[in-house]
Design a protein around this ligand. Structure first.
Ligand SMILES: [Zn+2]
Length: 329
């Protein structure tokens, strides 16, 4: 069943693990995620950005995401809009039966210029008012991350202010909140491995113990994955992400959703490059998409274990959006 992310995040928050939210653009990525979720019995969030929906012409991707849950009835699956930029975009996602949306009011509609706090509250509140009567979960964002991905990002970093977070949640009614605590979008996040602002996460969690916190820009960009890309003719010098132990250090403090996009891209690209270099006679897309899908499933299964998600799928009672409406009455 496609479920609202609220039930996954609340369960994760209560049991001090986090749910991976993996970005998708095509069938192989969705299948890899579901293979990993099925093998590790993990609840999962499959998410699509505006860029992904545009690439896939929306309905194609939605049908594939829907197939993910039909094919895996034992796994609670959420389909989530990543970085919604306006109420109009959210409405499109809702029309496509998305069960969860993010409205990124930290930036304006272009996704490039930071909004004021008041602008953020206004757009976020409008989305909450639209989605909650439908049972749909809403993720907001306060503070801005560094880096740019899918054209989203102002290039400026503004860490989340805990007192402002309390006010923001009260004013908007969001179910979960993406916080800026030192992560960054993309593959070239940092020159040296970062230390996340653990003190900020702890303070926000103390002030808002029932709120699921979300970390964007949380790909680890592991050296071994980058090395495969570079070994087979790629050019990704100095790519660096957030080390896995840094991510694990914040999970006990209310971080219930971690977004992973870049690592999946690097994994598939490495696997495809390997086939191209080692078997240049191949020309059937299945010959390289199959190993790419396998490599992605393996990477994601490892993350699901590292995030503590593995094994929790059956503990979650799957509910429909109809049933979820009661959360907001
Ligand atoms: Zn993001």
């Amino acid at each position: 069943m496609l479920v609202p992310s609220k039930i996954l995040l609340d369960h994760a928050l209560k049991n001090k693990y986090c749910v991976g939210a993996f970005n998708v653009n095509n069938m192989e990525q969705i299948q890899a995620i579901m293979q990993a979720a099925s093998e590790t019995l993990s609840p999962v969030i499959v998410q699509a950005s505006r860029g992904a929906l545009k690439y896939s012409k929306m309905i194609y991707l939605q049908k594939l995401m829907e197939a993910a849950s039909i094919d895996n009835p034992e796994i609670p699956v959420t389909i989530h809009l990543d970085h919604g930029n306006s109420l109009a975009t959210v409405k499109e996602a809702v029309a496509l039966k998305f069960t969860s949306v993010m409205i990124d009011g930290s930036l304006d509609e272009t996704g490039k210029i930071p909004n004021t706090y008041e602008q953020n509250v206004a757009v976020t509140k409008s989305v909450v008012e639209y989605c909650h009567p439908l049972g749909i979960t809403v993720e907001g964002e306060l503070g801005t991350l560094g880096g740019i991905e899918d054209g989203v990002g102002s290039g400026k970093v503004q860490l989340t202010d805990p007192d402002q977070a309390v006010q923001f949640v009260k004013e908007t009614g969001v179910d979960s909140l993406a916080v800026a605590i030192g992560t960054s979008h993309g593959a070239y996040k940092f020159k040296v491995a970062p230390k996340l602002a653990l003190d900020i996460v702890k303070t926000i969690h103390e002030k808002l113990p029932n709120l699921a916190l979300v970390m964007h820009g949380s790909s680890s960009v592991p050296e071994e994955l980058v090395a495969i890309v570079n070994k087979y003719g790629g050019k990704m010098p100095n790519a660096k992400g957030v080390p896995l132990d840094q991510i694990q250090s914040v999970i006990p403090h209310g971080v219930a959703k971690v977004n992973v996009d870049t690592d999946g891209r690097i994994t598939m690209t490495g696997a495809i490059r390997k086939v191209f270099v080692e078997q240049p006679e191949k020309f059937d897309p299945r010959d390289y998409l199959k190993p790419a899908r396998e490599a992605l499933a393996k990477m994601i299964a490892e993350r699901m274990k590292a995030f503590g998600t593995a094994g929790h799928a059956k503990e979650i009672k799957q509910i429909s959006l109809e049933e979820a409406k009661k959360f907001y009455e």
